[in-house]
Design a protein around this ligand. Sequence first.
Ligand code: IMP
Ligand code: MG
Length: 181
Amino acid sequence: MEKIVKVNGMTFVPFIEEAEIRKQVSRVASEIRRDYEGKTPLFLCVLNGAFVFAADLLRETGMNESEISFVRYKSYEGTGSTGNVKQLIGLPDDIEGKDVIIIEDIVDTGLTAEKMVADLREKNPASVGFVTLLHKPVSSKTGFKPDYVAFEIDPRFIIGYGLDLDGKVRNLRDIYVIKED
Ligand code: IMP
Ligand code: MG
């Protein structure tokens, strides 16, 4: 694991290693497999941040009959939430009657999650589940509770494994946290 990552004049230090990510992704995948036995869920990956997690999670579930689709929402600029959630790519049309599982990279204020679930319910799915790689419960402004969480973390800004700083560093295999000094 590289020791330090510098991007946009900020310094990040190692936080969660690739091996630990793999372990927790696998745990969450088995929970979903158990809970959705006999069903064929439609996974809905939230772009851009969740694409890496979604790729690993979907393969770990071993659920060959499940499908995946993509939506895009944006609420962050730099290292903070703007409080304004924009939908950039809309929901697919074929949601009605399906067991949908939203895949997110991180739930911070919960504003994005609440908006997505509300938008989704308008399309009459059979059920809505929510899985997130990371959850910052202390930052919640909504009380939103994801059904499946790989890691609960303190409210500090993190990057890597799909998570970005202004579009950069999504490629990193490990997760890094901002260095505060
Ligand atoms: P929320 O609406 O405040 O819950 O924010 C959710 C979105 O903000 C996530 O989907 C991420 O795109 C982004 N976000 C929140 N915290 C972080 C972070 O620590 N690093 C990178 N992106 C983040
Ligand atoms: Mg996101």
